[in-house]
Design a protein around this ligand. Sequence first.
Ligand code: PDD
Length: 287
Amino acid sequence: MGRIAYVNGRFVPHAEAVVHIEDRGYQFADAVYEVWALFDGRLADAEGHFARLERSLSELRIPMPMSRAALTVVLREAVRRNRVREGLLYLQVSRGVAPREHPFPAEDTPPAVVITVSRVDRAASEARAAKGVGVVTTAENRWSRCDIKTVGLLPNVLAKQKAKEAGAVEAWFVDDLGFVTEGGSSNAWIVDGDGVLRTRDTNANILRGVTRLSLLDVIREAGLKVEERPFTPDEARAAKEAFITGAGSLVLPVVSVDGKPVGNGVPGPIATKLRRLYIERAKAHSI
Ligand code: PDD
């Protein structure tokens, strides 16, 4: 059975799914998105992603395209029609279709909605997590509203391409003060020399990762020490462990930064344990 996409009220074969050339997402990146991990056909951390979607839309004054309840029905239907159990669901909401003028279009312009569902090979993801991944660093060059999850991802695209060309999986942005902000599509963490978990605070210009937030709960429940405090790439290399979090990576051990090993260069026990605990929690909080 082929993949099915949702485009503005219709389920259509993936290969035939198209948007208008004057969609403001296409022309201005005037759109937001969310990505849910799917475990056993259910949307993980559903509440957190809905809350952030509503916030991103409201910060840009794009109306919710439909109620949260209606959207939930559509998202689940998209998963059902694709028969995906383990995967990712992508939702994009743009300000809609209108003649190309920078200011907002007429108020009655309906937002445009696109949903795609893709399969993830969990065995392959687990194998990757067991090996760990490399990250590279790159100068922070994004706009100052990275808390809004917009599709304006060109710096992230370039950063992640740099990572790929270096044989790494993620790029960590480093701000003017020399501190890591976050990854191109994930949040960044270390376990420092004192065994304290550290990740950037959300007053910084970062995305408030839903996985990050849930993992903070998991960490506290596990009785581990955590501080929302910045770290430098040197501190990451000197750390006991490092890892990244996101709907795609879940909790993924980082074993090198700019080609130099973190700790002894293999995934550490804390990241490995947190990955397992996070997945258990995400399954329990899925709809
Ligand atoms: N990215 N930081 C950035 C810049 C991101 O793009 C993402 C997610 C995260 C992690 O957020 P969350 O835990 O809510 O997934 C942090 C998605 C998965 C993507 O762009 O595909």
